[in-house]
Design a protein around this ligand. Sequence first.
Ligand SMILES: [Zn+2]
Length: 340
Amino acid sequence: MFKEATPEERRIYYREEWKPGDVPDFLAESIGYREFGFDHDGRGPRDRYNAFTSVEELEKFLRNRAPYSAYSSVSYYEKPGKREGYKKAELVFDIDAKDLPSFLKKCCKQGTICEKCLETAKQYILSLKDIFQGDFGVKKIYYIYSGRGFHMRILDPDVMEFTEVERAYILDYLSGSQALKGSAKVNRWLAPRGYTRIFKDRLLGILEDASVKDIQMIEGIGRTTAKEIIGNRDKIIGDITEWKNLEWSPDPKTGVVRTARFKALLSILKENKYDKFTDFVLKQNAGILDAKVTVDTKRILRLPSSLHSKVSLKCMLIPDIETFNPLSDAMPKFVSERKG
Ligand SMILES: [Zn+2]
């Protein structure tokens, strides 16, 4: 599994399996505004500044060239072939299973993927989904299987107008890594409520899986403390899950509650170790979201419908994220027909 596609397999994929209808509508409708990039030899998308006026034109290119990888911009331009006349950009999140922080990726080496870390990446996308759909009421969200992870792409009109600075605020909010701030435009995203749910989910994820040794990886936490945390794990997890037994402390200046500490965990860790512990969670969290992808509007993302040749899986629009299974749903025909 996850074997690199040969040039012949790429040709078979683009001639026999790829269909114009596999390009998602949201992309087909805006194709004339997007810059396309291609990797022809596996060394990166060096063929940039391409533009197409229709899916048919893209089809011709893909069938002829059978690229190693294909990408399109998240931004819309007046002149996409020159990357000039920037209009607006999708808000995107990239959760790559191969780059998950080591604490969440005990299954396989950095840079590689397996079923388990793909599932971790999917769970993370589902937490993001909850936040964007449930809390922020965002409507036009698309989930893409990228080949080795997931993209979440948001195309709500007001969101697409966000500047890079505003995108950075959203990112900070999601990783729970800094004081709440923002412009009028993003304020509705930044409801003051202490820790974000994604922070809470990540904290739970870390506690549920951790061994004493894992906890000791956190700077300043020794074996005795780590053992005590694991010994009281059920109580701590219960408090976090039900959001109870908290010690609240509002920011003296703004009155906004930024820190809500779980008493059971606090009584074991005390003041300074508690902060080290939560800092660790924040760092893990920030490490999952690729900041560059979210903030930089000049980014190109792997084209849904294209082949991820390194692992021989399809990059594709996901019809139902809850039930999606990359290893069956994103497997091209030529892989199932491979011998041996
Ligand atoms: Zn893995």
